[in-house]
Design a protein around this ligand. Structure first.
Ligand code: GDP
Ligand code: CA
Length: 335
């Protein structure tokens, strides 16, 4: 039987992180139930806000919302982002006025979240406070913290013949261009002035386990790690740090993480991502790493770098499969 840590901290992007969290909570409810359908284990999620963007006058936090809606059972199961049963009338109306951007998927139900967030931010509440207030409705079963309350947005350096070299917002690159414009690098505008949001460093230091779920290593986890102080906290926490590879069989399971890794000259392999994070025993960020059984041959190479590695099934096909991944991550990291 797997032991259940009292406190777990997870650094999360959107879809990959959120799906993992569903399995983690399912596992914890089973091994450490609170008697009321939840778990006694306190799970804190540090969410990526590098994807955040102002669109049509509203502040959108795609990754925080994906985690909140997924754990609150309001996510569109088919799309993996936005609300179930969503309509897009407001988006169509905005397009009919000819205002840009027309490529951003702003759903009508989703818009209510952004309106509340925007109004609250404009009346002086922090993103941490606003996120907590939104979570009152969704009851995600975790404490969801933005990585920072300051604006620090990921931009992508691209070069095209007609417009030359320029930096565009990550969302424009990802959604409008489907990551097809070769990225020369990523810049987080505002990152130097960003501070970890209240509770973030404490959640990394005062925990029993830190998990890097199968989120994008560059623009999700990589963005969180760029907030001054967060990577250092991961390096120095007494808790073990375990990661699960988002790359399986030399390809992202979903999405275009390969385009992000390529921009940093990192191969799209479970090994390269592990070595990019590096062993904590060697100044890096992780103690343990899980790769998919398809990548079992990479275990020895990764272990040579000082990272304990195990190959297990890493496909989040359903909640049971994902809960099993979470159980293995806890077991392996804390054994
Ligand atoms: P985003 O912010 O919505 O892009 O989501 P994340 O950054 O949290 O997660 C994206 C990553 O999740 C992608 O790089 C995928 O390869 C990875 N991913 C999605 N589904 C699975 C899965 O079933 N197994 C694994 N191992 N990775 C997955
Ligand atoms: Ca994201």
């Amino acid at each position: 039987m797997t032991s259940a840590p009292a406190r777990v901290t997870v650094l999360s992007g959107g879809i990959g992180g959120a799906r993992f969290l569903v399995g983690l909570l399912a596992h914890l409810r089973q091994v450490n139930p609170d008697g009321q359908g939840g778990t006694l284990t306190a799970v804190t999620v540090i969410g990526n806000t590098g994807d955040d963007i102002w669109v049509h006058g509203v502040r959108v936090c795609p990754d925080l919302d994906t985690v909140m809606y997924t754990l609150g059972d309001g996510i569109s199961r088919e799309r993996g982002w936005g609300r179930e049963g969503e309509t897009f009338s407001a988006k169509d109306e905005l397009a009919a006025y000819g205002v840009e951007p027309t490529w951003f998927g702003l759903g009508d139900k989703d818009l209510a979240t952004h309106l509340i967030r925007t109004q609250s931010l404009q009346s002086g509440f922090t993103l941490t406070e606003v996120t907590a207030a939104l979570c009152d409705r969704w009851q995600p079963g975790v404490t969801l913290l933005p990585m920072s309350n300051e604006r620090a947005e990921t931009h992508v350096v691209v070069e095209t013949e007609d417009e030359g070299r320029r930096a565009i917002h990550f969302q424009e690159w990802w959604i409008r261009y489907r990551a097809s414009l070769p990225a020369q690098g990523f810049v987080m505008v505002g990152i130097d002035e960003a501070k970890p949001a209240p509770g973030v460093l404490e959640a990394i230091h005062d925990t029993d386990l830190v998990i890097l779920p199968p989120s994008n290593p560059v623009v999700s986890i990589g963005a969180i790690l760029q907030v001054p102080g967060i990577a250092e906290a991961i390096r120095t926490t007494k808790a073990p740090v375990v990661g699960l590879s988002p790359i399986v069989g030399d390809a992202p399971v979903r999405g275009m993480a390969d385009a992000c890794l390529t921009a940093l000259n990192i191969e799209t392999t479970a090994t390269a991502v592990a070595l990019h994070y590096g062993a904590r025993s060697n100044g890096g960020l992780i103690d343990a790493w899980l790769v998919d059984t398809q990548d079992a041959l990479s275990v020895a190479v990764i272990e040579e770098s000082g990272i304990r590695t195990r190959a297990i099934p890493l496909m989040m096909t359903d909640v049971d499969a994902t809960a099993a991944m979470a159980a293995q991550a806890i077991d392996f990291a804390t054994s």
